[in-house]
Structures are given as C-alpha cells and as structure tokens.
Ligand binder design. Structure first.
Ligand SMILES: [Zn+2]
Length: 442
C-alpha cells in the first residue's frame, strides 16, 4: 500500500514537473535526471566533460561576441564583473541564440540591481541544481515545500506565483518575522503537511529559535531543511535540526556566474556542479566563474565577489563533483579599519563558533567604531576577552558589544554578518528604538 502511494506520488511529481517544464519551456527534469547519474562519475570523468563543454563555449563566445574575437584562448579572456557587463550588454548578448530568453535581476555591489539574460540551458540547470539539493534532503518531486525567503529568491509577479503553485511550493515572507508571524508560520508548516523547508539561513534559524523558545513543541512532517543565500554556521544548523527534528543542508548558488552547489549527506562541503560552470579561484579565495550553460548572454570569467575555499579531498559519498569547503562570504562581508587592516566574516565566525552562549551575531562598523550585536541566551556576560582579541587585529576608537539588540536588516531582508554603516551609534539607537516600541506594545 505504501509502495503504491509512493509510486503514485512519484508519477504525480514527474507529470507535474513535466508540465511545469513545458509551460516554462525549459528542461529541468531532464537535466535533473542527467545530474543524478553524472554526480557519481569519477572526478576525472567529470573533468573531461567539463573541458569539452568549455571548448565549445569558448568557440561560441569568440564567434558571436565581437568583444572576444581577438582572443585566441580562454586564458586570454579578461576577468570581468557587473560593471563591465552593464557597460557591454549589447556585445555580450549572443545574436546567434534563437531560443527563449530569461531576464534576470540580481543585487549589485553598488546597490543598483544588475540585469542579465540567460537561456533555456542555464534556466534548466538552475532548477535541476535546486531540485538535486532538495532530493538529497529527502524531498520527492511534487511534495509540498515551505519556502521562507525574500523576493530575491522567489521573485515576484504572477508567472512566478503560478510556477510555485504548480510546484507545490508555498511562500512565507522573510520580511515579516515578528513573534506573532513566526508563531503562525510554525503552525502552518506543522499542519500543512510540508515535507521540505527551504529558504534563507537566517530566517529559518530565527524560526527555529522561536519554536524552541515556546512552551509547546510542535510536530513537523518534514524530511529535511535546505538553507540557502546566506552563511549557515554550525551553531545555526544545530538549532535548526533541534527545532525541526530533521537534517539541515546547506546550498550555495550564484546564478549570474552559473554557480550551483549542494551539500550531500556527508556535509563535508558543497559539491559544485562543474558541468555547468568552470570555476577559478584567485589568490585570497576570490571565486571567478564561467557559466558554460549560458549560451544566450556571455559572462566568461565573471567575478562573483564571493570568497571560497576549495577542498582537495574527495567526498566519501562517491560524488565526483569537487567540494567547496567553505563559502567565506561576500567580499563585501569584510571589515576594514582606518589603518587598512581587513578581516572577513570568517574571523568572527571562528571567534564565536565554540561559544555556546552566542546564537548569532552581526558586526556593524564605520570609520571609528565597531559594534558587535550578539543574540545570546545568557545576558550580562563579560565580553572583554573578545574585545581584546578584535583589538589585536583591528584598529577602532571604540569596540562595543550589544546583547540582544535587533539586527540591522539589509534592503533585501537577507541577514548580513558584516555591515558597513554611516554611523554605528545611530544604527544602534534605531535598534534600541525598535526594542522600546516592542516593549510598549507588550
Ligand atoms: Zn559528498
């Protein structure tokens, strides 16, 4: 009986996703099926596939983009970024591409959104990579998914909403994370029969903290949780797993660069799908990547702005895709002091990681002051040891710790571990203001 039910579910999933693909005019199901086989090929076999794809891509770029005609080989291509792409949009568009075009928007480093195009292959790969990750977390095609995120992940507009409806995905907004809303989200996810929870790491972590803090423990029918778009620390993962009672997996994507990486059961790092992208790591860990599947709009050797460390080891799971050991963060997740010293969010993650009192943190800094906002169970702790440690690496007139003040939100609702602000004092005053307002409501 159970088997019959599963077969029916699988059939519904396949038919449903086949229909979604047909409506979107992409082939995510086909790419997913291919990836499920290719992922277990040897690293060498995957490398061979990648080199064949790269060669074909370079030929295409040189043929259809006047910008690249003069270059003889891929290694001569310059490293480019969003600014370059914005200035050369027309010349990067493949005039020989006749398929469906997808217009994409992503946050730019200057705060201006970056608009680029992708084609059918790239769009199919994007979804296949996500579904592959969901499947590792236990998800089966067609099962109900709860997505807790902001618009950068789920997009907006009626087309997307129809897509999600067909995919059996219900959206929960990460913008409104008040205590009442978190309670409602918990109830709905518990009662709605959801099998997978997917979304921003910080939002899911916040929901998990809320669920652990309320007296009545809820039951969930989830098979797994997949966190994306932000750094997931070991402490956050443990809290999420405790709250939902299922394993929590990490995912990393950077669509403009063709980066799609997923965690397997071993949780040894993130398997990077290198039949889609050709990654290069510069000194300091800067990730440059070429989306070989984007044959509609060329962004070869594109600077992701992300810092990563790769693992030299192969994964015991048997998957041949190389492992990103760690996504250190965005290169704008860096603290710079007046003396020119620089540390990344990793410095703080490493600093606070083993401290069970610290649940989550955010570092705010301006020219003179650095403040660490800590979310902690125990308050009135002595943090001077940490202040001394930070002082030994960074020069600021003042370094302060604020316990349980609200985090400063970025415009897209993502949690930023590091934020450069105009004035730390006034940001802290604003979060204190929010606290007072909440207190007065109570
Ligand atoms: Zn693995």
């Amino acid at each position: 009986m159970i088997e019959e039910k599963e077969i029916l579910q699988q059939w519904r999933g396949n038919v449903g996703f086949g229909l979604i693909d047909a409506i979107r005019r992409i082939h995510s199901l086909k790419f997913l099926q291919d990836l499920e086989v290719i992922q277990f090929e040897s690293p060498n076999a995957i490398k061979r596939r990648q080199m064949i794809l790269l060669e074909a891509y370079v030929d295409l770029v040189r043929r259809y983009s006047p910008l690249y005609r003069e270059y003889e080989s891929f290694t001569q291509f310059p490293i480019i970024d969003k600014v370059f792409a914005n200035e050369n949009r027309e010349l990067l568009l493949n005039r020989g591409y006749l398929g469906k075009l997808f217009r994409k928007k992503t946050g730019g480093s200057t705060g201006q959104p970056f608009v680029y195009m992708t084609g059918v292959r790239s769009q199919s790969y994007l979804w296949a990579g996500i579904l592959l990750n969901w499947k590792v977390a236990g998800y089966r095609l067609g099962e109900p998914v709860a997505m807790l995120a902001g618009p950068s992940l789920f997009g907006s507009g009626y087309k997307q909403l129809i897509n999600y409806k067909l995919m059996n995905v219900r959206l929960f907004s990460a913008f409104d994370m008040s205590s009442e809303k978190l309670g409602a989200y918990g109830d709905e996810i518990s009662r709605g029969g959801y099998r997978l929870l997917y979304g921003y790491s910080s939002a899911i972590h916040q929901l998990a903290l809320h669920l652990l803090a309320v007296p009545v423990r809820q039951r969930f029918g989830l098979r797994g949780v997949v966190c994306t778009a932000e750094v997931l620390t070991q402490g956050m993962r443990e809290t999420i797993e405790a709250a939902f009672g299922v394993p929590c997996f990490n995912q990393y994507g950077c669509n403009d660069a063709g980066i799609s990486a997923y965690e397997c059961e071993q949780k040894n790092g993130l398997h990077l799908i290198t039949t889609r992208c050709y990654p290069e790591i510069l000194e300091g860990g800067r990730l440059i990547s070429t989306d070989m599947s984007n044959d509609a709009f060329f962004l070869p050797r594109y600077d992701t702005g992300d810092l990563v460390t790769m693992s030299a080891e192969s994964c015991p799971c048997g998957r041949g895709f190389p492992l990103i050991k760690e996504v250190v963060g965005r290169s704008n997740d860096l603290v710079k002091d007046q003396a020119g010293h620089v540390v990344s969010s990793l410095f703080f993650t490493a600093l606070f990681m083993a401290d069970a009192r610290i649940l989550q943190f955010q570092v705010l800094f301006d020219n003179k002051q650095l403040a660490v906002i800590l979310h902690c169970g125990e308050t009135r702790s002595n943090w001077t040891g940490y202040i001394d440690r930070i002082r030994s690496s960074l020069v600021f007139d003042s370094i302060t710790f604020a316990e349980n003040a609200a985090f400063v939100k970025s415009p897209n609702a993502k949690h930023r571990f590091i934020m450069q602000v105009d004035d730390v004092e006034s940001e802290l005053a604003k979060t204190a203001e929010t606290h007072r307002q909440v207190d007065s409501v109570k």
